[in-house]
Structures are given as structure tokens and as C-alpha cells.
Write a protein that binds this ligand. Sequence first.
Ligand code: AR6
Length: 169
Amino acid sequence: MTDVFIECVQGDIADQPDMDAVVNAANARLMPGSGVAGAIHSAAGPGLAEECQPLAPISPGQAVMTGGHDLPNRKVIHCLGPVFGVDEPSDRLLGDCYRNALRLADAEGLESVAFPAISTGVFGYPLAEAAKVAAAAIRDAAPGLSSVRRIRFVLFSESDLNEFRRALA
Ligand code: AR6
């Protein structure tokens, strides 16, 4: 087991040049969308959607990995979060996104992974609850990691940042 450093920053998930991988809050078809998926696909360029096509569809809780294309990151890990109130049990499915993304990153030998607050935009998951699920999933997964040493949560607003900091404290 290695020590894993966890931090929270306010910013744009598509502008994290010092991380090996960024995580996309994807849709099942792995196509460009709004929010995180829009930012990641527009920064990565059309090659990302092309690489995604044969990997789709994915189901809630699942994660798949692609190259970073024009992003400054080596890899993109695409997670489909649960739609709150529809995909149940939503807390387990949301936790699975974080656990599966970290497992893929570790299997690839990556050192650093940046996550957005999966499911808390279009998919309607309450931010404070999502932050608690993310924190618990990271605590679950950390002891099993061998290459991943840095995990960053990238939050859009200051209030979201404070909520994640509280959950991880
Ligand atoms: N960087 C960091 N966080 C962001 C960014 C950004 N560039 N843009 C938005 N957020 P969402 P979901 C925050 O909707 O809920 C898409 O259309 C945002 O404030 O991106 O998992 C896909 O195609 C919110 O807190 O993801 C799917 O259909 C969080 O990131 C669907 O939305 C997640 O918001 C996925 O919905």
C-alpha cells in the first residue's frame, strides 16, 4: 500500500495539465454532452468521440479508459454516474464510478487522477451527499492502489469545493 495524497481545487476538469488522467462525467453513449462531457470532448477534439464509439454503451457505475487526444492528459476515464432517483441504489453506483476509475488507472500504472463531482449536474445528485459517497469510495479504494498516489477533485463552484473539503476532512 502507498500513501495517497487527496486534494480539492476549484477549476475546470479540462484544464488539469499536471494529471495523468482526468475523469469524464459521461453519458451512456460516451458522446459529447453538456457540462464536464462538453468541456472534455471540446478540449480533446473529435478523435476522442471516435475512440469512444466502440466502447459504448456503458452502464451506471461502469468506467472505461481512452487516450487523452488533444487534452494535456495521457488518459481519459469515462464514468457513467447514476441519474439520481432513477438508477438505484444510487449511492453504490456512484461509489462504483470512483472505485472502477481508480482500479483502471492503477492497472494502467498511472500516478495521478482528477475527478469532477460525477452525477451532481444534469444527473441531479445532491452535492453534499455525492461528496460523502466520493470520500467513502476513495477511502475504500486507497489501500488497494499501487501506482496511483495523487487524487484531485475539481469542483466548479466555491460552495461545491467547500462541501468536498468537508466530506474529505
Ligand atoms: N469542470 C469541472 N466541473 C464541471 C465542469 C468543468 N468543466 N462543468 C460542469 N462541472 P455534469 P452529470 C460540474 O452535468 O451530472 C452531460 O450532458 C457541474 O457543476 O457534467 O454526471 C453528459 O453527457 C456538476 O457539479 O455531469 C451526461 O448526459 C458536475 O461537474 C450528463 O451530463 C457534474 O455535472 C452527466 O451528468
